[in-house]
Design a binder for this molecule. Structure first.
Ligand code: 3HC
Length: 289
């Protein structure tokens, strides 16, 4: 399959990442089905698109025609068979749970056309952990977007041992056609490139906080004003979700058994209290209702 053969993209999951990947692909001219089992999540995603697209027109980033076309390209539904049945490329962006993802990939393999590529946007689950439940491992890869997906330019395309050259090249081309600057990883590694680097920063920031050296606000301020990062590590975890930080660290700890990889006490406490950041209204910062 060539890039021009991709007409329809199916995005599985309308959460933090899925809704933005869907809108992005719709803006870039693809027909998109965003599918989720949770009707409320779909309504939220639809509501975001309804506000976001006119907002882009008001900011003169899209013409009215482009926004209307993007809206017409978008469809939100709860039926995986309908959403993926005529898709050329599927991006799975469901909850970070391996068993769930394996079930989704098994089902996708049954309902998506044989030529369709099945990619996962997982932050840390490598595609070889889901490729084996499909009859098309050569067409399975990681395609990892960054939050907010409508804005961040990087996409990590990760080639598993099963991934064909053609699939990796197609995922790179699709990312470019979504106006991204993709990078290609030649082999699977836990955390890929970016989350490995990011977790080194986050771990140090959490250590400094747990030691009472400085407040989250001051650590963020130092990282922004001394290192030039657009936001500090605590603001960023509030954006990406402290539940995700917890799961990423737990997964790494399970893999290495190294106590240094365990989530910090602060992360565990926030995870248990459901203070997961912007999505629950409170994380390291308070977002009110
Ligand atoms: N959704 C969509 N668009 C958004 C947005 C959101 N949540 N937040 C901001 N934007 C857009 C704005 O519309 C604006 O677009 P425009 O310039 O085209 O009009 C642009 O981003 C800049 O927005 P603002 O001026 O309001 O705000 P900032 O300049 O502070 O930028 C930010 C906000 C883009 C989020 C910036 O702070 C940033 O780059 N932060 C770092 C984000 C980051 O590091 N992401 C990677 C996280 S790691 C990850 O995702 C991996 C995963 O596995 C955990």
């Amino acid at each position: 399959m060539k890039i021009d053969d991709i007409r329809k993209v199916c995005v599985v999951g309308a959460g933090n990442m899925g809704h933005q990947i869907s809108i992005l692909a719709a803006i870039r001219g693809y027909r998109v089905s965003c599918v989720d089992v949770n009707e409320k999540q779909l309504q939220k995603a639809r509501g975001f698109a309804e506000k976001y697209l006119p907002g882009r027109v008001a900011k003169k980033k899209l013409t009215e025609d482009q926004a209307r076309q993007a809206w017409d390209n978008l469809e939100f539904n709860t039926d995986l068979k309908k959403a993926a049945g005529d898709a050329d490329f599927v991006i799975e962006a469901a909850t970070e749970n391996l068993e769930l993802k394996r079930k989704i990939f098994e089902k996708l393999d049954q309902v998506a056309p044989p030529h369709a590529v099945l990619a996962t946007n997982s932050s840390f689950i490598v595609s070889s952990m889901v490729a084996d439940v499909t009859s098309r491992p050569g067409k399975v890869c990681n395609m990892h977007f960054f939050n907010p997906a409508l804005v961040m330019k990087c996409v990590e395309v990760v080639k598993g041992p099963h991934t064909s050259e053609e699939t990796a090249a197609l995922a790179m081309e699709l990312a470019r056609s979504l106006n991204k600057e993709p990078v290609e990883l030649q082999k699977e590694i836990y955390g890929f490139l970016v989350n490995r680097i990011l977790s080194a920063i986050n771990n140090e920031a959490l250590y400094l906080l747990d030691q009472g050296v400085a407040s989250a606000q001051d650590i963020d301020s130092a990282v922004v004003n001394a290192l030039g990062h657009p936001m500090g590590p605590f603001k960023l975890q509030d954006l990406t979700g402290i539940d995700l930080t917890y799961h990423v660290m737990m997964e790494r700890y399970r893999e290495t058994g190294d106590p240094a990889d365990k989530p910090s006490p602060t992360v565990v406490e926030k995870y248990v209290k459901k203070e997961w950041g912007q999505k629950t209204g409170k994380g390291f910062y308070d977002y009110g209702k």
